[in-house]
Design a protein around this ligand. Structure first.
Ligand code: AHG
Length: 336
């Protein structure tokens, strides 16, 4: 059997990157490998979601007499488990858990990274077979090595991220991650069960024609947001409008598409949710880091997302992210 040696797996790629830094310890590569492993396990279960009627609903017993867990709980347990048993993570924060989990053992206390994640974003879409995803964010600890990590390690602004990424469980499963050196995408090759480099050095197109927003909330948005959305719908020779509206309700899928094709995604504050809906630490910061590294922009409507100083783990924010020219156009409407 011939093996295509030109295609790098996720592990080969991260190790190759590490080899360029003689002082690298390999901890980040190992952390990314752990995340890849957990997401492959989640992928298997996500692919079985349609069989829920046969296997049993969440909370019931399946045919083997085992309790069927909700997929987001299952995903959370996979990520927590794999990172706890790995050698590179001192603690985690998760959308599914009220508080941080500190892996207080000798190896973990000497690990220099902490990780935050949304184990299964868009899980409301599972029942209807729409793409969902995992989002993750990695920081270097600010607390003393050798001791348990602390909340201060988690409440760092997004500009301190060392790496961030997402996994999209879609028509194929992809893992995309960014470090300061660039953004790379890996597609899961089911024949060998490995993520293989399929989208090297992803760049977000400078301009685009897609806008993604929940139109049902239109009358709850600020005047500036309403003005921008209305401008998106107008025929305009300068901007190339009207733009195309695409909104799945699964941020990983919406932002992934806009990152590849060019576009803007918005989840603004509404009168019902004055602080916005999306979470700063494990939803907005990772995407802001990825999209900015790829050449795009991300703000809360006033400030750069990555410069916001978090005050709590589950903090929410308004969120605007996408191609730099579209973001600049948005800003002109928000400013008035
Ligand atoms: P959930 O994980 O609860 O399904 O939330 C999904 C998130 C995000 O992925 C998506 O863009 C947004 O919420 C959709 O919210 P609306 O339905 O309010 O538009």
């Amino acid at each position: 059997m011939s093996v295509n040696r030109n295609i790098l797996t996720l592990d080969e790629f991260t190790i190759q990157q590490m080899r360029q830094f003689p002082k690298a310890t390999g901890e980040l590569s190992s952390l990314l490998r752990d995340i890849g492993l957990a997401s492959k396990r989640v992928n298997v279960e996500v692919n079985k979601a349609g069989l829920v009627d046969i296997l049993g609903d969440a909370g019931t017993m399946n045919v083997q007499g085992e309790e069927v867990k909700k997929l987001d709980i299952f995903a959370n347990n996979q990520f927590v488990g794999v990172l706890k048993h790995g050698i590179s993570c001192a603690g985690i924060g998760s959308e599914e858990l009220d508080d941080i989990v500190i892996f207080d053992d000798e190896v973990s206390n000497n690990s220099k990274y902490i990780c935050m994640f949304d184990p299964l974003d868009g899980s409301g879409n599972i029942d209807v077979n729409v793409s969902i995803g995992t989002i993750f964010s990695i920081y270097r600890r600010v607390s003393e090595l050798g001791k348990p990590c602390t909340m201060a390690d988690f409440l760092q602004p997004g500009n301190k991220q060392v790496a961030a990424g997402y996994v999209i469980y879609g028509s194929s499963t992809m893992l995309v991650y960014a470090t300061r050196r660039g953004v790379n995408g890996f597609t899961l090759d089911p024949s060998i069960g490995e993520f293989s480099l399929s989208h090297p050095d992803i760049k977000c197109p400078k301009d685009g024609k897609i806008y993604s927003v929940n139109h049902g909330n239109f009358f709850q948005y600020t005047e500036g947001v309403k003005k921008y959305i209305t401008a998106c719908q107008k025929k305009d020779k300068t901007t190339g409008g009207p733009y195309t509206q695409r909104y799945i309700g699964s941020m990983v899928a919406d932002v992934h598409r806009n990152l590849i094709k060019g576009g803007i995604f918005m989840y603004p504050a509404t009168t019902d949710k004055p602080k916005g809906k999306l979470r700063l630490l494990y939803e907005c910061n990772p995407f802001a880091f990825i999209v900015e590294t790829a050449g795009g922009k991300a703000t809360n409507g006033e400030k750069r997302i990555l410069d916001l100083q978090p005050t709590e783990l589950h903090q929410r924010t308004s969120f605007f992210i996408g191609s730099s020219d579209m973001m600049a156009e948005l800003e002109t409407h928000l400013a008035v």
